[in-house]
Write a protein of this length. Structure first.
Length: 460
C-alpha cells in the first residue's frame, strides 16, 4: 500500500477515513487516461452524454442523505446545510444534462456577400479541475457537469480536507455510465506539484479553479506558459447593505442566510454589514439575538445549526480578526471568545462600531463573524462596499425596489442579491469581477467555458 492521506472530522480532530496520497506521476497518468478517453466521449451524441448526467442526478438524489452525512463528517457542516448542498450540487448534473444538448451555433452571410460564415463549438479537450473544501459536492458538480456535457474529459484534484465526497461522486458517475478514464480523481496532500504536473501535460487545455485569490494568481501565471483556458472563482469580501427604509426583519432573515450558511465558510458569505444609522441599533441587536440562538456543535448532531471551522488555522484567523477589531475600538455584542474543548469551533460573533482599518473589513473572514458598520446614506454605503479588490457578490436591502436596483447597478460585483440572502443558482452565471475571478460557472455561460469557438468560411 502506498502513502495514505488521513481525513479528519473537524468537530473532533479524529480520523474518519483515509485515501491514497497521490503525487505528480499519478496525476500525469490520470491525464493520460483522460486524453485516451476524450475522442470517443467528444464524438458521443450530446444526448448520450446527457443521459449519463441524468442518471448521475437520479443516483445522487436517491442517495442524498448518504452524501449529506459524508459532507458533514469530513467538512463539519451542519446537516441542514449539507442536505441543502446535496440538492444544489445534484441540480448542476440535471442542468447540464439539459443544457448540453443545446450547444448553440450560427450560420450567416458575410457582409460582402461572397461566402457564408459558419460558427460552431467543439470541446476544448482535457480539463484540470481544482475544487475547495467548503462545498465538497457542489464545487465538483459545478465543474464536472459542464465539462462532461461539453464533451471534455477531466482530472479532478479535490481539496485535501474533503476528498471522500469527490470520490463518492466519481463512483456515482461511473455507475451512471461514464466511460473509464473520462474523470480521474487525484487525492493528494501535494497540491502544488500535482496541479503543476497537470498544467504541463500536453493534453490538458483548460484549468477551472475555485479557491483563494493568492493561489489563483499563481495558477494564472503557470497557465500562461501554455496559454491555457482558465476559469477562476476566487476570493470574496461580500458587502451586505441595509439602506434607509428597509424592513429590518426581512434584512435579518437575509443576513442569517448570507452570513451563516456553512458557518460563514463560503465565498459568497456576507462579510461586511453596512447599515443605515436609523436602523443600525435594531439590526445589530436583532442579528446578535438570532446568531446567539444558533446551536454550535458537531455537524452530524440534529440540533446543530453551526458546525466547526475546517481546521485550527481557520479558528486562529477568526480570532485574530476579531481581536484586531476590538483592539481598534469595535464593540462585541456576541461571541468573540474561543470555545473550550476539542474540535475547530469558533462561536457566532457580532461586532459593532467597527472602525476603518480593521482587518475584519479587508480580509475574507470565512467564519461566523459579522462586523457592522454604520453609514449615513447610500453614497457612503456604495463607496465602502466597493472599497475592496474583490468583487464576487453583494447584497442589498431597501424598502423600495427601484432604489435597491439603482444601488445594485453601482456595486462592483459579478452577482448582486436584492432583498434576499441567497444568490447561487445552477441556472444563473456565477462569478466575480476584479480579483474575484475570471469566467462564469453555471447557466449557459458555464458550458461555454469548456468549448472552443470555430469559424468556417463556406462558399455557397
Amino acid at each position: 500500500m502506498g502513502a495514505q492521506l488521513d481525513v479528519l472530522d473537524p468537530a473532533t480532530d479524529q480520523v474518519v477515513g483515509s485515501v491514497p496520497d497521490l503525487g505528480p506521476t499519478d496525476a500525469l497518468a490520470a491525464a493520460d487516461a483522460a486524453a485516451r478517453a476524450q475522442p470517443a466521449w467528444a464524438a458521443a451524441a450530446p444526448r448520450e452524454r446527457s443521459a449519463v448526467l441524468t442518471r448521475a442526478f437520479a443516483l445522487m438524489t436517491a442517495r442524498a442523505e448518504e452524501v449529506a452525512q459524508l459532507i458533514s463528517l469530513e467538512n463539519g457542516k451542519a446537516l441542514p446545510d449539507a442536505r441543502a448542498e446535496v440538492s444544489y450540487a445534484a441540480e448542476f448534473l440535471r442542468w447540464y444534462a439539459e443544457e448540453g444538448v443545446r450547444v448553440p451555433g450560427r450560420l450567416g452571410r458575410a457582409p460582402g456577400g461572397g461566402n457564408r460564415i459558419l460558427v460552431s463549438h467543439r470541446p476544448i479537450g482535457v480539463a484540470a479541475l481544482v475544487t475547495p473544501w467548503n462545498f465538497p459536492a457542489a464545487m465538483v458538480t459545478r465543474k464536472v457537469g459542464p465539462a462532461l456535457a461539453a464533451g471534455c474529459t477531466a482530472v479532478l484534484k479535490p481539496a485535501e480536507q474533503t476528498p471522500l465526497t469527490a470520490l463518492l461522486l466519481a463512483d456515482l458517475l461511473r455507475e451512471a455510465g461514464l466511460p473509464d478514464g473520462a474523470l480521474g480523481v487525484v487525492t493528494t496532500s501535494q497540491a502544488a506539484p500535482v496541479v503543476d504536473a497537470l498544467l504541463g501535460h500536453p493534453a490538458v487545455r483548460m484549468l477551472s479553479f475555485t479557491g483563494s485569490t493568492e493561489v489563483g494568481k499563481l495558477l494564472l501565471r503557470r497557465s500562461a506558459d501554455r496559454v491555457l483556458r482558465t476559469a477562476m472563482e476566487l476570493g470574496g469580501n461580500a458587502p451586505f447593505l441595509v439602506l434607509e427604509g428597509s424592513d429590518v426583519e426581512a434584512a435579518l432573515d437575509g443576513a442569517m442566510v448570507a452570513k451563516m450558511r456553512g458557518g460563514g465558510q463560503a465565498c459568497t458569505a456576507a462579510n461586511r454589514f453596512y447599515v443605515h444609522r436609523s436602523l443600525a441599533d435594531a439590526f445589530s441587536a436583532g442579528l446578535a439575538q438570532r446568531m446567539g440562538a444558533v446551536v454550535v456543535g458537531r455537524g452530524s448532531d440534529p440540533a446543530t445549526g453551526c458546525g466547526p471551522l475546517v481546521d485550527t488555522a481557520a479558528v486562529d484567523k477568526a480570532a485574530r480578526l476579531v481581536d484586531d477589531a476590538v483592539a481598534r475600538g469595535a464593540r462585541l455584542l456576541l461571541g468573540g471568545e474561543r470555545l473550550e474543548g476539542p474540535g475547530c469551533f469558533y462561536p457566532p460573533t457580532v461586532l459593532t462600531d467597527v472602525p476603518d482599518g480593521a482587518a475584519v473589513l479587508a480580509e475574507e473572514v470565512f467564519a461566523p463573524v459579522a462586523p457592522v458598520v454604520v453609514v449615513d446614506d447610500d453614497e457612503q454605503a456604495v463607496a465602502l462596499a466597493n472599497d475592496t479588490e474583490h468583487g464576487l457578490v453583494a447584497y442589498v436591502y431597501a424598502g423600495e425596489l427601484g432604489r435597491a436596483l439603482r444601488v445594485a447597478e453601482r456595486l462592483e460585483a459579478g452577482m448582486v442579491a436584492v432583498n434576499r440572502g441567497l444568490v447561487s443558482d445552477p441556472a444563473a452565471p456565477f462569478g466575480g469581477t476584479k480579483e474575484s475571478g475570471l469566467g462564469r460557472e453555471g447557466s449557459a455561460e458555464g458550458l461555454l467555458e469548456y468549448l472552443e469557438t470555430t469559424y468556417t468560411a463556406v462558399d455557397w
